[in-house]
Design a protein around this ligand. Structure first.
Ligand SMILES: Nc1ncnc2c1ncn2[C@@H]1O[C@H](COP(=O)(O)OP(=O)(O)OP(=O)(O)O)[C@@H](O)[C@H]1O
Length: 251
């Protein structure tokens, strides 16, 4: 891994804090089917620029649904999701996709990589949605990101990589467009202890005054690294507190 510290640079696209929270949720609810009980209901919640936020709670409490809602991958049944002053629930599909590409890097539990292609091609997947030709600067950035997360560039097939390396490819891919917000859904759930620690170190090295990390996790090592922890149960936010351990740097 050449230089983890390179990743800790704040996103160059970060919006300047304007005194508004980065994310505001208002009266949000999600039902997966008409006439079904909401699986998530949140009154008001605000997250500031640069916060590291861990989302914890029992299985089925709505954590992943929340992450999918705030990334625009799911539409709520009611309520507003306001990022930097703009309610993304009013966007059509194309505008949501553009906003997500520019603003969010998403790290999934099961990586969402294409096994048959190289790590470099996987990192470049988001660029392939933007246009037919991938420019040299984007290729170089993908190359540099893989180098920084310590993934062997010479591998032809991503399936040859260890699971830890695959998750690092996924993290590099999430950073391709230098997003100010990183969302992660159980980023260490399928990794062994050593690989979890490396992935967690990389993830949190990305945090900065203007880069915000929001992660769902059952892994206490991940949650302990977050300065703020939101706990959910049965679709409700039951606790929202500062994490004293993370603040003291002893997580
Ligand atoms: N596509 C879907 N259709 C119907 N119900 C769903 C769907 N996805 C999730 N649910 C339900 O919504 C509730 C919240 O699910 P969600 O995955 O958000 O919880 P979670 O806290 O992330 O759980 P886990 O920790 O097990 O991943 C659960 O009861 C789940 O069964």
């Amino acid at each position: 891994m050449s230089a983890l510290s390179d990743l800790s640079m704040p996103s160059s696209k970060s919006s300047e804090p304007k005194g508004l929270p980065l994310l505001e949720i208002r009266e949000l609810s999600l039902q997966y089917g008409k006439d079904t009980h909401p699986v998530l209901q949140i009154g008001n919640l605000a997250i500031d620029h640069g916060e590291t936020v861990g989302i914890s709670g029992p299985s089925g409490s709505g954590k992943s649904s929340l992450l999918y809602l705030i990334s625009g991958l799911l539409k709520p049944s009611h309520g507003k999701i306001i990022w930097d002053g703009t309610d993304i629930t009013t966007f059509g599909e194309g505008a949501t996709d553009r906003w997500r590409r520019d603003s969010i890097g998403f790290v999934f539990q099961d990586f969402h990589l294409i096994d048959e292609v190289s790590p470099l091609e996987n990192v470049l997947i988001p660029a392939s949605f933007v246009g037919w030709r991938i420019d040299a600067a984007t290729r170089k950035r993908a190359h540099d990101l893989l180098d920084q997360v310590g993934v062997p560039l010479a591998r032809k097939s991503t399936s040859d990589l260890s699971r830890g390396e695959q998750q690092r490819v996924a993290i590099a891919r999430a950073l391709l467009f230098d997003p100010p917000i990183i969302l992660a859904d159980e980023p260490t759930a399928s990794l062994d202890d050593a690989a979890s620690k490396t992935a967690t170190d990389i993830l949190f090295s990305l945090a900065g005054p203007n880069r915000t990390i929001i992660t769902v996790s059952h892994d206490m090592d991940v949650i302990d690294r977050c300065a703020r922890v939101l706990r959910f149960d049965k679709g409700a936010l039951i606790d929202d507190s500062a994490n004293i351990k993370a603040k003291a740097g002893i997580a």
